[in-house]
Write a protein that binds this ligand. Structure first.
Ligand SMILES: Nc1ncnc2c1ncn2[C@@H]1O[C@H](COP(=O)(O)OP(=O)(O)OP(=O)(O)O)[C@@H](O)[C@H]1O
Ligand SMILES: [Mg+2]
Length: 362
């Protein structure tokens, strides 16, 4: 070890370390600090901050210096021009140094170059957005088969009733009540198709920037059930919607809350479809004071205790490669939390039950 171990350690640290007194004069700077300005540390010590970083540089940190000199531990980030061109993102920490009289006599400044760290954080965030979009696409693809069926059936009904109308028109003794009946069926059935299409639009859009709206909980439930209904039926799973007061409304970003309900229903579907006997999924809502509790319960085998913590982590999945992205629950939790709510697995329930609690008003 060097004969001045402390100086050796400080000079080996790849961050800028300095000690500045009350008059903003450098008492100490390490090698990294000097190197940043292309100077030997001895050329900096004894100079004032403004002599080294310039008037504009000083002005940009003046507020933080004042805070520190008034006794506050201060942390901030800022982008600064780099001597070799371009800019660097830096994280600074200022620690006040209190003298024996309790007055701040100077401060230690630690400046770290966080350019690469911030850049990789941005990349991860971008990647996450891409994954979210591709997981939504995967969910859409999976539902496409069921949806084709969902849309084909009503089209068949509409076609049949239109034929019937033509027949009636050829009949001399036109029975008006039958015409009205056929028209009503066409009307109701095409409404159903347009509802499904609207559900799809809801799902494929990014709801993050949507406005907060007041929506009926019953409407949220029926729209989502509409989307899942055929898939559940195909696997012999009973989808039960609990009684929901039709006047129960919630303030939320409806596209996002739909996505949460759909994720939970899809997970329940996947868990139950492996079962052989009892196959059901319940979707219920309960008003509790100024909150609404939405829960999805299923008759599946449940989640092993050692996995219960992990399932909310991004990319955690037990599904085979290519079928689950493991993002469903983590995205859902993020959405619910952005609505000031909570999404948890109810460990007191005998069957698997996810509970989403949301405030009625945002
Ligand atoms: N109702 C449930 N019953 C049993 N296990 C569940 C249930 N819901 C979630 N899980 C478990 O939690 C894991 C993570 O769920 P999550 O929704 O985050 O991802 P995924 O369903 O695997 O994939 P994705 O939703 O992205 O398609 C699942 O792989 C599954 O093991
Ligand atoms: Mg899922």
């Amino acid at each position: 070890m060097n004969n001045d171990p402390l100086a050796f350690i400080l000079n080996s640290i790849p961050s800028l370390i300095s000690y500045v007194d009350r008059d903003l004069r450098y008492k100490f700077v390490n090698q990294s600090y000097g190197r940043w300005f292309g100077l030997e540390p001895e050329k900096v010590i004894g100079k004032t901050v403004v002599e080294i970083i310039g008037q504009a540089g000083l002005e940009s940190i003046q507020k933080h210096i004042d805070d520190t000199l008034s006794g506050k531990f201060t942390e901030f980030e800022r982008v600064i021009p780099y001597r070799f061109g371009g800019t660097k993102e830096t994280h600074s920490t200022y620690v006040p140094d209190f003298g024996p009289d309790g007055q701040v006599q100077g401060f230690v400044a630690l400046v770290q170059d966080v350019t690469e760290m911030r850049e990789s954080e941005r990349l991860v965030a971008e990647q996450r957005v891409k994954m979210v979009n591709s997981s939504k696409l995967a969910a859409l693809g999976e539902m496409a088969a069921g949806l084709a069926h969902e849309i084909n059936n009503p089209l068949f009904v509409i076609h049949g009733r239109a034929e019937r109308l033509k027949e009636l028109a050829q009949d001399e003794t036109l029975d008006l009540s039958q015409v009205i009946q056929a028209a009503e069926i066409i009307e109701a059935t095409s409404m159903r198709v347009s509802k499904i299409v609207r559900g799809l639009q809801t799902l494929s859009r990014d709801g993050g920037k949507d406005q907060i709206e007041k929506v009926s909980v019953l409407k949220l439930f029926t729209e989502n059930a509409e989307l899942c209904f055929q898939r559940f039926k195909n696997h012999g799973i009973e989808l039960q919607i609990g009684t929901v007061d039709k006047n129960l409304v919630i303030e939320c970003r409806p596209v996002q809350i739909s996505q949460v309900i759909l994720n939970l229903l899809n997970n329940a579907h996947d868990a139950v479809s492996m079962e052989t006997s009892s196959k059901w999924v319940h979707l219920t809502a309960l008003a509790l004071g100024d909150q609404i509790q939405i829960s999805v319960t299923d008759s599946g085998a449940g989640i092993p205790a050692d996995l219960q913590e992990k399932i909310f982590r991004p990319f955690f999945t037990t599904k085979k490669i290519g079928s689950g992205t493991g993002l469903g629950l983590s995205i859902s939790r993020t959405i619910v939390e952005s609505h000031q709510g909570t999404l948890v697995l109810d460990d007191t329930s005998e069957t698997t039950r996810f509970v989403c609690t949301l405030p009625k008003e945002q």
